[in-house]
Design a protein around this ligand. Structure first.
Ligand code: NDP
Length: 458
């Protein structure tokens, strides 16, 4: 596996980094292990000070880091800079709230358990392995690292092989801000070298964001070693527009929900399920807006859709579209790669998918939207749930009864009403079914990698 920056806008290899040899990997895990021991002895206040300093560094360097993100994986520059700012915000959030999230909780009636007093406390687990993807190269890591470090854990990062410069920037970030050396250590290794890291006795648990095969493999190995795993895998989120919805607003939001990050987001809306009464109106407006997007160089501020991050990603996306076309689906716009260098794919809307189209079951990781006509609300709910994924969802309605029915009826880790799915540090994030298990963000995400210790005292 080559560890390299290959600029998706040009297709040219810009930087190749030497992978870490096993001896270097061992030394780096050792550094993280020592950092975890040191972190256990620090106070929330101390860690919060370092965390705020690291956040300030990101804010001061948002332009340069944003450009690095865009060069390595191709998202439009404004979104890259916003990603850096979002990281800083989450870091400040955990600096402000970790102590409260992890506070001791006394049992109200200790006599019920024959104790003079009883309480629970959260303790760090040690070194957590984070296997992370390229699509939000800073944010995916920070949303793990900020709560983990604030809890007193250390991390080792196995980042995606196509974003090594982002990985090395993260390697320096926390210790430059004052954290013990090795509090977050990058391992430059390929996916096939992750198994011995999970097995290493110095690693306490693992978190992975990425594809289903990677999640399956990592969780199986973690299971063999009785180590906790949190998995955040793919999604094929429904975006449901019911008859009572504000259709024009829904169509505008639908475009952003589909093409943000060049369409390569686990929580992007991918299947657009529209009540038959408003289907034609929504399809017309949504297709018009998708067809009008500016595709081009992601470093150009006017660009709305840049290239896909990898050549193989574009090939897989094109194959899904070809499969649908061959089976008789209608391509309302797009459906091909534009005549540009790099790994671009045109914003695409597909309708009339036959039941055996791969797009119905598989995740389209790029700017490709599928439209479904629902006969009625029940049919919309059936279509929404006809996927093996269960990450998030959106429903557009102005009817209170409909709203309650869809909030309860959709099988997913989240429901957004009259909006699009966004990850917020204040809200838990994660899925069910083949989208994974465990939660990130908020208090619950921070507690995933803590030992909840029960204390009973006579
Ligand atoms: P991968 O799941 O292959 O990559 C994510 C991370 O997992 C990378 O660090 C990768 O390392 C690592 N990895 C891959 N295989 C293994 C393994 N067997 N054991 C341990 N680590 C592994 O995603 P891709 O980049 O290949 O993207 C493929 C698809 O995954 C996308 O089309 C999309 O459907 C989904 N995906 C979902 C994401 C999400 O946000 N939920 C993010 C990215 C992808 P390396 O780079 O070295 O292979």
């Amino acid at each position: 596996m080559t560890i390299a920056t290959v600029n998706p806008t040009s297709g040219k290899t810009e930087v190749i980094l030497e992978p870490h040899a096993p001896r270097e990997v061992d030394a780096r895990i050792g550094q993280a292990h020592r950092a975890a021991a040191a972190l256990r002895e620090t106070t929330f206040a101390q860690r919060a000070e370092w965390m705020r300093r690291a956040a300030a560094f990101l804010e001061e360097n948002a332009e340069g880091l944003g450009e690095l993100i865009t060069v390595e994986m191709g998202k439009p520059i404004a979104q890259s800079v916003a990603e850096v700012a979002k990281c800083a915000k989450a870091m400040r959030f955990y600096a402000d709230h970790a102590e409260q999230f992890l506070a001791d909780a006394p049992l109200a009636d200790p006599a019920a358990v024959g104790a003079g007093s009883a309480w629970t406390r959260y303790e760090p687990l040690g070194v957590i392995l984070a296997v992370m993807p390229w699509n939000y190269p800073l944010w995916q890591v920070i949303r793990f690292a900020a709560p983990a470090l604030m809890a007193g854990n250390a991390g080792v990062l196995k980042h995606a092989s196509n974003v090594p410069q982002c990985a090395m920037a993260l390697d320096a970030l926390f210790e430059n801000a004052g954290f013990p050396a090795g509090s977050l250590r990058t391992l430059l290794i390929g996916g096939s070298e992750v198994a011995p890291v999970i097995a290493d006795p110095r690693i306490a648990a693992v978190t992975l964001t990425g594809s289903e095969p990677a999640g399956r493999s990592v969780a199986a190995i973690a299971g063999q070693h009785i180590k906790k795993a949190v998995l955040e895998l793919g999604g094929s989120d429904p975006f449901i527009v019911l008859a009572s919805a504000d259709v024009a607003e829904a169509a505008r939001t639908a475009v952003r929900a589909r093409i943000n990050n060049n369409g390569q987001s686990c929580i992007a809306a991918k299947r657009f399920i529209v009540h038959t009464d408003v289907y034609d109106e929504f399809a017309r407006e949504f297709t018009r807006l998708m067809a009008g997007l500016t595709v081009g160089d992601p470093l150009d501020a006017a660009t709305e859709v840049g290239p896909l991050a990898t050549e193989s990603g574009r090939t897989e996306l094109a194959e899904l579209v070809e499969d649908a076309r061959d089976k008789g689906a209608s391509i309302l716009t797009g459906g091909s790669a534009p005549d540009l260098d790099g790994w671009f794919y045109l914003p695409t809307v597909i309708a009339d998918l036959p039941d055996d189209a791969r797009l119905i079951q598989e995740e389209a990781f790029g700017p490709v939207a599928s439209l479904y006509r629902a006969r009625d609300d029940e049919d919309a709910l059936r279509l929404a749930n006809q996927t093996g994924f269960g990450l998030s969802s959106a429903v557009w309605t102005t009817d209170a009864e409909e709203e309650a029915r869809f909030i309860a009826g959709i099988d997913a880790g989240a429901v957004f009403v009259n909006g699009m799915t966004v990850s917020y540090q204040e809200l838990p994030f994660g899925g069910i079914k083949r989208s994974g298990f465990g939660r990130e963000l908020a208090a619950v995400g921070q507690r995933e990698f803590c030992n909840l210790k029960t204390v009973w005292k006579a």
